[in-house]
Design a protein around this ligand. Structure first.
Ligand code: NAD
Length: 286
């Protein structure tokens, strides 16, 4: 094992976000244990991390020795008990409250008593997830953005019971990862998705109602609003299942019709056209 900063992180779920989160921890000197239910996904996650590090090497952003040391600090396993010994655990399983609640119950059993349990949830109440543990003061939202190695923001979400010590520790941790933390309070969708998802949903309604083609909708928002990526391409990047889950949480928890997911989004999810990760969403990815 290569040199570490003496800190251990465990990441639960090795999908789009989990592999990026494990990448960033390992690259910044943490021993990172990446845990998923599927060996195949874990293999894919390691290959993605290797490829993304390789891209940084090619650009001259990092040395080849950093790529190797990062991969040496990364362990993958299907055993959630491997979260024991971690200073911080970041949960990044799908945006399904039942699954997250069950994951937090298990983590509370297997993780060290002093460990902070963080969720990367996009919208589910941190206060409710914390209530499934015996350590609600050490439960917090650590909401990374996609793609994690590239994006600067970490939205730090304080649940009702989150202690100042936990919030301060997570702010420091985000800075140690080279990120910029912004602290917000627990509310459906927090700030990021409360603002972003209605825009994405409205773009999908425009497509659904034939106001314009996907490319045209994205061009308007890119060229007219100076957005680096259009809302439909962004939805494909996030994952259409994740977008639907988030809109359902906003709709249910805030109780307003303006958050009602567009039927076309539901149809795409039903068809398995989940965006980039599935090869097809609002666009085709070959
Ligand atoms: P994903 O579907 O790509 O990955 C989820 C992973 O969790 C899968 O690999 C799955 O096998 C694994 N998993 C399922 N059940 C598990 C269990 N019991 N134990 C361990 N692993 C399990 O999803 P994602 O896009 O990475 O999203 C993960 C979380 O991050 C969600 O809460 C989502 O809302 C949030 N998030 C997503 C984005 C985004 O752009 N995709 C951005 C910010 C936050």
């Amino acid at each position: 094992m290569s040199s570490t900063n003496g800190m251990k992180a465990a990441v639960i779920g090795a999908g789009t976000m989990g592999n990026g989160i494990a990448h960033v921890f390992a690259q910044n000197g943490f021993e990172a244990t990446l845990i998923d239910v599927s060996t195949e996904i874990l293999e894919k996650a390691r290959a993605t991390i290797e490829k993304n590090l390789g891209r940084q090497v090619k650009k001259g952003a990092i040395d080849e020795s950093v790529q190797k040391a990062t991969l040496d600090r990364l362990v993958t396993t299907t055993d959630i008990a491997a979260a024991a010994g971690a200073d911080i655990v970041i949960e990044a399983v799908p945006e399904d409250e039942k699954l997250k609640a069950e994951t937090f119950r298990k983590l509370d059993e297997v993780a060290d008593e002093s460990a902070i349990l963080a969720s990367n949830t996009s919208s589910i109440a941190i206060t409710r997830l914390a209530a499934h543990t015996l350590r609600p003061e050490r439960v917090i939202g650590m909401h990374f953005m996609n793609p994690v190695p590239v994006m600067q923001l970490v939205e730090v979400v304080r649940g009702l019971a989150t202690s100042d010590e936990t919030a301060d520790a997570v702010v420091r941790l985000a800075r140690d990862l080279g990120k910029t933390p912004v602290v917000v309070n627990d509310s459906p969708g927090f700030v990021s998705n409360r603002v972003l998802m209605p825009m994405i949903n409205e773009a999908i309604y425009c497509l659904h109602e034939g106001v314009a083609a996907a490319e045209a909708i994205d061009e308007v928002m890119k060229l007219g609003m100076n957005h680096p990526i259009g809302p439909l391409a962004l939805a494909d990047l996030i994952g259409l299942d994740t977008c639907l889950f988030i809109l359902e949480v906003l709709h249910h928890d805030l109780g307003e019709d303006k958050y009602r997911p567009c039927p076309l989004l539901r149809k795409h999810v039903d068809a398995g056209w989940l965006g980039r990760k599935a090869g097809r969403g609002f666009y085709n990815y070959g």
